[in-house]
Design a protein around this ligand. Structure first.
Ligand SMILES: [Fe+2]
Length: 342
């Protein structure tokens, strides 16, 4: 039930998921935009596309730009997705069984162009040097020998709730997931936290630097050592940075350990299941919503679940210290962050 404190109405968390279903004329506009960008080819180098994307995204249909504006500026949704199966027709190859090797030129295919254009309405897509060889567009699919890995390439164990790259203060504030294939309807879990979902004393502890928020195994960054808060931003509309697979209280801090336990229980209580369908372009508020994945059974015949993942930052300038060039798009999470601006 909602409660009122001062002029602020506080609510328990409920998932706000917005579906956009472009009209046929709008779909045509999007097809034309992609075709123009590809310039007669069936793919485009990702780095050159990133130079153009923010500019060309302003030619996307107004209804899409308005929804993304509400998402970004007013946090109107926890997640937003565009239902655009027509962009995939006849264009999706077999699900890969391996991540790409390093040092290849990265290309965006037809549907990737749309993914990057939509993402550019929220911020800058980027890669991490420590995951999937620094590529901007990552593949999420099962890998046979990763069966019990708590990672996007695992499938035999539940992937617990986490915000993407919670271990790092400059993690993307949005997460893009384009579903190319999900034959058995493997479910994704989404969960957030409302200001009424925990007692005040617990909230206060979660806002303090009393936790070690660790990384998922796919991020090759070693052990995270410095304490940080789990909640930050505004007490009435908290942002969250958590990884229930790898977060612990600072050693000996029993109150923080209890707060973490209560947070985990609240997130599990709030969790909702969604099923990504082919042709759905999902964008998740990575400061407001944790996500996870249930167990599923792959076939390993080229028809398995396959998502194309984008990390997106609406404040990319702040990560310059993690890059080698001003215009670069790859972050090295192991570089020192200079915090003088805070
Ligand atoms: Fe994730």
């Amino acid at each position: 039930m909602a409660t009122t404190k001062g002029t602020v109405t506080k609510m328990p968390w409920e998932a706000k998921i917005h579906r956009l279903s472009p009209q046929p004329s709008e779909q045509e506009e999007i097809h034309s935009l992609i075709t123009d960008l590809l310039g007669g080819s069936d793919q485009k180098e990702v780095l050159s596309l990133l130079e153009l994307a923010a500019f060309h995204a302003q030619d996307l249909p107004r209804s899409i730009r308005e929804a993304f504006h509400a998402f970004r500026r007013h946090q109107a949704y926890d997640a937003l997705y565009i239902d655009l199966g027509s962009l995939l027709e006849g264009k999706v190859g077999a699900t890969p069984s391996r991540h790409r090797p390093p040092d290849e030129i990265e290309y965006a295919t037809y549907y990737d162009v749309a993914h990057i254009l939509f993402a550019s309405l929220l911020g800058d897509p980027f890669g991490w040097s420590t995951i999937q060889n620094g590529y901007i567009i990552n593949d999420v699919m099962p890998i046979p020998e990763h069966r019990d890995l708590v990672a996007s390439s695992g499938f035999g164990s539940r992937f617990g709730l986490h915000t993407e790259d919670a271990f790092h203060p400059l993690a993307g504030d949005y997460l893009g997931l384009l579903c190319l294939r999900n034959p058995d309807g493997a479910e994704t879990t989404l969960a957030g936290l409302g200001a009424d979902d925990l007692p005040n004393a617990i909230f206060s502890i979660l806002f303090e630097s009393r936790f070690i928020v660790g990384n998922n195994v796919a991020q090759k960054v070693g052990r995270i050592g410095s304490p940080s808060p789990i909640l930050f931003g505004n007490r009435n509309f908290p942002y969250i940075r958590v990884n229930l697979n790898a977060t612990e209280a600072v050693q000996g801090d029993d109150l923080a350990a209890q707060a973490l336990k209560e947070l985990a229980a609240a997130l599990e209580r709030n969790a909702v299941k969604v099923c990504f369908r082919p042709g759905e372009f999902w964008y998740i508020d990575n400061l407001g919503v944790a996500h996870g994945r249930d167990v599923y059974t792959p076939r390993f015949d080229g028809s398995d679940r396959w998502l194309r993942r984008l990390y997106i930052s609406s404040a990319f300038r702040f990560s310059l210290g993690l890059r080698t060039t001003i215009s670069g798009h790859v972050l090295d999470p192991l570089k020192k962050i200079w915090k003088a601006y805070i």
